[in-house]
Design a protein around this ligand. Structure first.
Ligand code: CA
Length: 231
């Protein structure tokens, strides 16, 4: 899941970005409204944390232009002021939620997760494909009764694939949702993570069933129920 943080106070921006990264999100940071709008239009973010008072273009204008451009990405607006006019203005501009500074980072994370769940096609919190289960809230994965211990990035790759099962995803699509702009598209890091996930998820004793994550030659990867006919 990839999140854009638009915030001109550098310390606050880094604080939020770090918390999100610790929770296995990929994060991009923009420091003014114009840059934020450009990033948000260029990529399909899973959520945007948008400060209200920004140089060049304020948060309401950014939000309005995003909605005008047809972007439905969940927006959590931040403000230093707790004024009814600001809240109403933000929500009218198309923000989905509003948080007043100072806030507890835990609250920001909880609200973001709630917004993304609401946005998802499947509102159930636990993702399930055959006996593979992943709980985005507790960050736990398991296969049947077997607990699977995943790193933050492995979790992020698996969550991305499980939210869109049985669909082929290119390496670029996976990378764009799990890593940020710093990601080197020429690297084979996606393949490396897929290999780690297969090692952890698949049953090594089972030589008959194919892997949960299959390679589609020349295209990318698809996660699906290995019991289903793959033909
Ligand atoms: Ca600000």
């Amino acid at each position: 899941m990839r999140v854009l943080v638009v915030e001109d106070e550098h310390r606050m921006a880094l604080h939020v970005a770090r918390a999100l990264e610790e929770d296995s999100f990929a994060v991009d940071v923009a420091y003014d409204g114009e840059q934020g709008l450009a990033y948000a239009l260029a990529h399909d973010y899973d959520a945007i944390v948008l400060d209200l008072m920004l140089p060049k273009l304020d948060g309401m204008a950014v939000c309005r232009r995003l909605r005008d451009a047809g972007k439905r990405v969940p927006v959590l607006m931040l403000s230093a002021r707790d004024l009814v006019e600001d809240r109403v203005g933000g929500l009218n501009a198309g923000a989905d939620d509003y948080l007043v500074k100072p806030f507890a980072m835990q609250e920001l994370m909880a609200r973001l997760r709630a917004l993304m769940r609401r946005q998802a096609d499947d509102p159930r919190s636990t993702l399930k494909v055959a006996d593979l289960e992943l709980d985005p809230l507790t960050r736990r994965a398991r296969r049947g009764t077997r607990q699977i211990i995943l790193t933050a990035k492995e979790f992020a790759v698996l969550e991305y694939l499980m939210r869109r099962p049985s669909i082929v995803h290119t390496r670029t699509m996976i990378a764009e949702h799990v890593w940020n702009f710093v990601f080197d598209h020429a690297s084979n890091v996606v393949d490396v993570y897929i290999k780690h996930l297969r090692d952890k998820i698949d049953d090594k004793q089972d030589q008959v069933r194919p892997s949960f994550i299959r390679s589609v030659r020349g295209a990318g990867y698809v996660l699906s129920d290995p019991n289903e006919d793959q033909a």
